[in-house]
Design a binder for this molecule. Structure first.
Ligand code: AMP
Length: 291
């Protein structure tokens, strides 16, 4: 395991042996993370980072309470044949004089970015630092955090980072609930109500399949289907990659929902390619996995 900057010199050997592939995580690993790691293993030497990034949590969010169990995380990834783990302390990542932050592009203005000021600046800053420190050839992110993937892709393009990005499909419970480290905050009753997010995005897809092309009606349907949650943060339909109001005749769209259920704020989404009457689930990024 690598914990500090000087130890990163050891990555040179891995870099020479293939396309070094990074899976950035905040730990508290579950099957979703493991699926990203398995994907990375099919590409090249695999590096997993585990770091709960203080810069992406707002005041009043769950930074202090965020679940952390490095020993358990290491046990979970042990059988997967990961080549290296980078698990720095907060003091190692952010030295006291660091005040530079990366300002996201316009894709960060909507959805989660609208309700969480500074969140994506924190995400981009840590991702930029990880890309610079670890210099992977490929980095894999989960499609579950769709806006995060698109905001990072915009930064990579705008600032000429030399890395290939892949968005990997969302891993779910058998009832459809997207796996998340925050699901452990949910009791049985919360779990039941959390399924509303999954139903909302599926309902909007069915509506489009039946010919509905009015974004406002899709938003209303998705919001209605989340009535069982405690608070709907958003129920949105957006174009990919720019996250503006879409034409629903052709092109790629994102159906995205966020809601508070008991103690957890949950998000989910569906990415669709529309070609007239043909509607298929697809990846966000050109190199994403289409499953
Ligand atoms: P996190 O530890 O929550 O920051 O997540 C690390 C990476 O795992 C991010 O790229 C997430 O999008 C991805 N991820 C989280 N949950 C899932 C899931 N259920 N399926 C696939 N990827 C996921």
């Amino acid at each position: 395991m690598l914990r500090s900057r000087p130890e990163l010199e050891r990555l040179a050997t891995l870099r020479a042996s293939g396309a070094l592939t990074l899976v950035p995580t905040m730990g508290s690993l579950h099957e979703g993370h493991l699926s990203l790691i398995e994907r990375a293993r099919t590409i090249g030497p695999t590096l997993v980072s585990i770091f709960v990034n203080p810069a992406q949590f707002g005041p009043g969010e769950d930074y202090a309470a965020y679940p952390r169990d490095l020993a358990h995380d290491l046990e979970l990834i042990e059988p997967l044949g990961v080549d290296a783990v980078f698990a720095p302390s907060a003091a190692e990542m952010y030295r006291s004089a660091d005040t530079v932050r990366i300002e996201p592009g316009t894709r960060a203005d909507v959805l989660c970015g609208a309700g969480r000021p500074g969140h994506f600046a924190g995400v981009l800053t840590v991702v930029a630092k990880l890309l610079n420190l670890l210099r992977p050839e490929v980095a894999i992110f989960g499609r579950k955090d769709a806006q995060q993937c698109l905001v990072i892709a915009e930064m990579v393009e705008a600032l000429d980072f030399r890395v290939r990005l892949i968005d990997h499909p969302t891993v779910r419970e058998s009832d459809g609930l997207a796996l998340s480290s925050r699901n452990r905050y949910l009791g049985a009753e919360h779990r039941r109500r959390a399924q509303a997010l999954w139903r909302a995005r599926n309902g909007a897809r069915e509506q489009r399949e039946q010919g509905e092309r009015e974004p406002a009606r899709h938003r209303r349907t998705m919001a209605r289907q989340q009535a069982e949650t405690d608070r709907v943060d958003y129920a949105e339909i957006r174009s990919v990659p720019d996250l503006i109001t879409p034409e629903l005749a052709a092109g790629k769209i994102l159906l995205a929902v966020a809601a508070q259920v008991g103690p957890a704020r949950l998000i989910d989404n569906l990415v669709l390619q529309i070609d007239g009457q043909r509607i298929t689930e697809t990846a966000l990024l050109a190199e994403g996995d289409d499953r």
